[in-house]
Structures are given as C-alpha cells and as structure tokens.
Ligand binder design. Structure first.
Ligand code: URA
Ligand code: URA
Length: 255
C-alpha cells in the first residue's frame, strides 16, 4: 500500500463514486481495507447531500393545476429558450429542451445534457443515448414515439452533478412539458432524475419496482443508461423495469 498510495486512493474514490451514483444506501469497498482520508469521503458523498437539500424544491403532495400555461411545446420552447434563470445559461452551448412525440404516452426523464447534447441541442445523443435507443427497442418503442426530457436543460460544466438551485429553477420547465404532453406514464432514468422528480432522498434501488404518483401520472424509476455502460450487471434489472413499464403502457393504451 505504501508503494501505491495514489492508486489505491483513486480506486477507492472511483468505487465510492460509482456506488453513490448507483444510489446505494451505503458504501461498500471490497478488497484490502484501506485508510481513507475523511475529506475524500466527504467530497465523494457531497453529491448525495446536495440532492437531499432539494427537499422543498417541489412537493408532489401539493396539488398543482394540470392546465398548461402554453398551448404547445413550441410556444413553451420559444418562451424559455433564452433562459438565464441560473448560471448554466452562461456556460451552455445549446439549451436541450427535450425531443420526441408531443402526444407521447410515456416521457423518459434524464438528468441533464452532457457534452454531446450541449453541442447538438438534443437529449440523449451520446453513448448513453444510443443505449437508451436499444432499451426502447427492447419494448418495441422508438425515440419518435416517446418523449425524452431532462431535469435540467443546460449542461453543468465538467459534467458535475446539477446543483439543487439549478434543478429547482429548471423544474417548472419539465412540469410544463408534462402538462402539455399529458403522458400516461413517466420513467425516471437514474438517481438524480428520480430523486428530483419524486422529491425524495430514497436511494434509487429502493425507488424501483413500484409505481409512484407524480401529479396523477404513474411514474416508474430505473437505472440511467450511463450506469449500464459502466455496470453491465444492471442490465437485467433494467430489462425487468422496462417489462413493467411496457405492461402498464399496454394496459393503459389497450394495446
Ligand atoms: N444523460 C442525461 O441524463 N441526459 C441526456 O440528455 C444525456 C445524457
Ligand atoms: N447514476 C445515476 O444517476 N443513475 C443510475 O442509475 C446509476 C448511476
């Protein structure tokens, strides 16, 4: 250990990071026990704490009007596309509003744009997006049939986690999109989207496999496709989540 202090620290850091992102309730470090700098842990866990501060960001228990303010997604986009509500407006290349069928039965909600999305202005166009296409295809859906959006519309610099205040100021946009589209189902992709939308600190693993209510819209939670790229073992769970989504979708649409 003396010979490789930096490597071991990096390994531990990566392991913690991965587990925090996977929404696991506790951090499991396998292999040789290593002494951690407390500051490393605090730094790595801070993304969890940041999300938990969103507690009063938006309360799904509070009844809101389901009447949209705008008649169409185009009108809404035109009204908000120069948004400077938070500082991400200064650093973004393109605002990523969302894409897909304006009459979709199901909306998929991701976290926020990455570098590829920021460059092109479309959600899920990078590697995670290609995997999302395959996940959709597995339940006989295409990107054109569904709607794909994000909790935040602008890319955080260096792909850091969105800050609570950024999610808070951006959330009304997603809410308006949902009111305009009136989907039958919502599927949250990953911890950040799930915890923000459902206004909870519950780990991702505990939010899966059950229907949540988002203002009358049945909502399911699954892993983020980017997580599947790193942890192939989550594909099976995601497959099961998608079967659950598809079954409910067929039920609701009479397919
Ligand atoms: N990851 C997300 O959460 N959203 C995107 O649009 C792209 C990658
Ligand atoms: N990070 C997320 O945001 N979601 C996952 O499913 C895994 C990692």
């Amino acid at each position: 250990m003396k010979d490789h202090p930096v490597n071991i620290h990096d390994m531990v850091r990566r392991a913690i990071r991965a587990q925090v992102e996977l929404g696991l309730g506790e951090v499991i470090v396998t292999g040789t026990p290593v002494k951690l700098e407390e500051n490393d842990l605090v730094a790595q866990m801070s993304s969890v704490r940041k999300v938990s501060q969103t507690a009063d960001m938006f309360d799904p228990a509070v009844t809101v009007s389901t009447t949209p303010q705008y008649a169409s997604l185009e009108d809404h986009f035109n009204a908000m596309c120069d948004c400077q509500r938070c500082s991400l407006g200064q650093t973004r290349n393109k605002l990523v509003y969302g894409a897909g069928n304006p009459k979709a039965d199901v909306i998929f909600v991701g976290e926020g744009p990455g570098a590829d999305e920021d460059r092109i202005g479309e959600p899920f166009v990078g590697r995670a997006g290609q995997l999302l296409d395959r996940i959709l295809a597995a339940i006989q859906l295409s990107r054109e049939q569904v709607y794909i959006g994000n909790i935040i519309k602008c890319r955080p610099p260096n792909n850091r986690d969105p800050l609570p205040e950024e999610m808070e100021s951006c959330f009304p946009y997603l809410l308006e999109q949902i009111k305009i589209i009136k989907p039958k189902l919502i599927c949250c992709l990953g911890r950040v989207a799930a915890q923000a939308l459902l206004n909870t600190k519950t780990p991702l693993g505990k939010l899966r496999k059950q229907w949540h209510d988002f203002h009358g819209v049945q909502t399911l939670v699954t892993y983020h496709p980017a997580a599947l790229l790193r942890f192939a073992s989550y594909k099976r769970d995601t497959w099961e989540d998608m079967q659950m989504l598809k079954a409910r979708l067929d039920e609701l649409t009479g397919a």
